[in-house]
Design a protein around this ligand. Structure first.
Ligand code: SF4
Length: 345
């Protein structure tokens, strides 16, 4: 058993850093030393979905590089305001599965709780950028309806905390919510989908780790890392600490034009994940959300890229190449398409 190693950060630190996040294009440009006049008009896009990025994440961007893959994920672009066929506000039709406020029940055996409406960062490709959070964040006092729903369906064995970003909630809020979930006997697993440790590793405090290991629920963490440059020393430290607490860590990535649409970028990321003992879980095709069409990569390009990765890396390092379809019973695999390509070449 590895001895537990707490991280070096205190709760007040991440809260202050979150409060002091960069919230406008001018401040971000100044921070990463690019000329704001070099950017295309983006004011409307910012108004529609405001720029938000912690300086810890901005510090990983290459100074002076207007095409930095981390910058492109957060920078409002004029292209977001253009209408694109098939790109809609609710691409996964989650409203059809919004059984009670704060809860989405789409797949058998598991439900998703919108544990927090906010995020530390606003990712321009986010499929929930138009999500009606005001109707779906009941708050601790009002979780009972969602918890009753889970308690009444004994097939639900896993609860997934999502958002927004669940780790943007306070420790005491998470502790109470987790206690109430764990009081439901048939729930066995807790999964946390989060980008917060990636963009603000200081969130991974000893108190947070204690909280996830105090519960009887078997806890796993799914990080959202899209590029190897997102794994700096602080995230490596946070991952190491999570390992020492016995938390299973996986990663999912979204395939994004201009950010990671090449084999080298994915290979670097997968090798880095392996080095840090993070299981690559999903490589997602972009969900067609309104405002994100400029990140789109088609199926053929995705299958090509995956085929190259399959040729160059051992199978255990590869994520599953998938897309989420609104009414499918599970994520749809595109690996078969890639396999077909190999067979016919
Ligand atoms: S929910 Fe995830 S992808 Fe969407 S803005 Fe928040 S961190 Fe980014």
């Amino acid at each position: 058993m590895i001895p537990r190693t707490a991280t070096r950060w205190q709760t007040t630190e991440w809260q202050l850093m979150l409060k002091n996040s960069i919230r406008n294009v001018e401040a971000l440009c100044s921070f990463i030393e690019i000329d704001v006049n070099d950017l295309q008009q983006r004011d409307l896009a910012h108004k529609d979905f405001p720029l938000r990025v912690p300086s810890a994440f901005a510090a990983l961007m290459e100074k002076g590089n207007i095409n930095d893959p981390l910058l492109l994920q957060v920078l409002p672009q004029a292209a977001e305001m253009a209408d694109s066929l098939g790109f809609v506000k609710d691409p996964l039709q989650e409203s059809d599965f919004n059984a009670v406020p704060g809860l989405i029940h789409k797949y058998q055996g598991r439900v998703l709780l919108i544990a927090s409406p906010s995020c530390a960062i606003n990712c321009r490709y986010c499929f929930r950028r138009h999500f009606p959070y005001q109707e779906n964040t009941p708050g601790l006092a009002h979780w009972q309806q969602a918890l009753d729903y889970i308690a009444q369906d004994s097939s639900i064995e896993e609860v997934i905390l999502s958002g927004g970003d669940p780790l943007s909630a306070s420790d005491s809020y998470l502790e109470t919510l987790i206690e109430r979930i764990s009081a439901i006997a048939h729930v066995r697993w807790l999964r946390v989908h989060t980008r917060l440790p990636v963009v603000l590793p200081q969130r991974v405090t000893k108190d947070l780790l204690d909280l996830f290991t105090a519960t009887r629920l078997q806890t796993s963490m799914v990080l959202h890392i899209n590029h190897a440059n997102e794994i700096g020393d602080d995230l490596a430290h946070a991952i190491q600490a999570m390992h020492s607490y016995g938390i299973r860590i996986m990663n999912q990535t979204v395939l994004l034009k201009g950010v990671n649409d090449n084999v080298t970028s994915h290979k670097d990321l997968l090798l880095a994940l392996h080095r840090h003992r993070v299981q690559a879980y999903y490589l997602h095709l972009l969900d067609p959300v309104k405002g994100a069409a400029h990140f789109f990569i088609d199926d053929e390009q995705a299958a090509d890229l995956y085929e190259q990765l399959r040729r160059q890396l051992p199978g255990f390092m590869l994520p599953k190449l998938v897309r989420e379809l609104p009414h499918a019973a599970y994520k749809t695999s595109l690996q078969d398409q890639a396999a077909l390509k190999i067979a016919t070449n």
